[in-house]
Design a protein around this ligand. Sequence first.
Ligand SMILES: NC(=O)c1ccc[n+]([C@@H]2O[C@H](COP(=O)([O-])OP(=O)(O)OC[C@H]3O[C@@H](n4cnc5c(N)ncnc54)[C@H](OP(=O)(O)O)[C@@H]3O)[C@@H](O)[C@H]2O)c1
Length: 292
Amino acid sequence: MILVTGATGHLGKATIDFLLQKGISPDNISALARSAEKATDLQTKGINVVIGNYDDYASLSAAFNGVDKLLFISSSDITKRLAQHENVVKAAKEAGVKHVVYTSFERKNETETSPLWGLAQAHLNTEKWLKESGLTHTILRNNLYMDFIPVFIGDKVIETGAIYLPASSGKVSTALRSEMAEAIANILAASGHENKIYKLTNTEAYTYSDVASYISEATGKEIQYISPSVEEYNQTLANAGVPTEYIGVFSGFATAQAQGDLETISSDLQNLIGRKPTSLKEFLKTVYSSNN
Ligand SMILES: NC(=O)c1ccc[n+]([C@@H]2O[C@H](COP(=O)([O-])OP(=O)(O)OC[C@H]3O[C@@H](n4cnc5c(N)ncnc54)[C@H](OP(=O)(O)O)[C@@H]3O)[C@@H](O)[C@H]2O)c1
């Protein structure tokens, strides 16, 4: 039995769809959901839905009983996930789960000086707990979802003709979330991935100058890239009424990129899906060409 946590989210849902496409029977797939209402589509597909919450250890213990492979999708609740992830690892160990696949993050800087420390801490601890637990595991170092690039640059790019982010000339080897899901389904459906670390990145890395030129090409409108100081960026967003927590995430990723934290290139994703990952140029063309 494969159990997918975060099954009502983007990555979890997409992974389950790839498992079904690969011919894994829905009888062999369970989905952990916080509420039955959010999982009706999974139920319709014949997936066994179990109700559980990372905050509730007993619900996890019950859900993990009899699970062979657990896809542990990191919690989206940044403020609570350190304790939540500890619950998941402990419950998986107690239930005797045979293999845990965990969605971690790509980085170079593992210290408190990391601009992504707020996100990093839970991932680093979870990797440590998994290793110490003796559980068979696979760690996925997921780089930034490509799907987030249009979010980071904002919806006024075509109107203003400018991308404004403090990433300097730093690069990010960003990849599509759906292709990460496909890779994860391939890992879950086969053996040979035990106790491995995979970097789910693209095979090339991109600057925001690249992003500007790809959008220029897709739309025929000249887009320029401006890299302000972090202080100026944060102040500009605050003046525009952007909530502090969003400013922290946008600014953190841009600064991490400027510092080279997100630039590592790997062929792991390509090997796992059996083809070159979608390039940023192709992706931005599909997103922005309709703005022509
Ligand atoms: N690499 C990147 O660029 C990137 C970007 C964003 C996030 N992430 C990380 O990757 C994960 C998966 O991405 P995604 O796009 O699928 O995120 P998502 O769509 O926000 O899905 C998050 C999933 O986690 C579940 N969840 C949240 N808190 C929970 C709790 N207390 N107990 C049980 N389940 C809980 C959510 O359940 P509900 O449906 O009930 O809310 C949802 O199913 C995120 O959770 C986050 O840790 C990575």
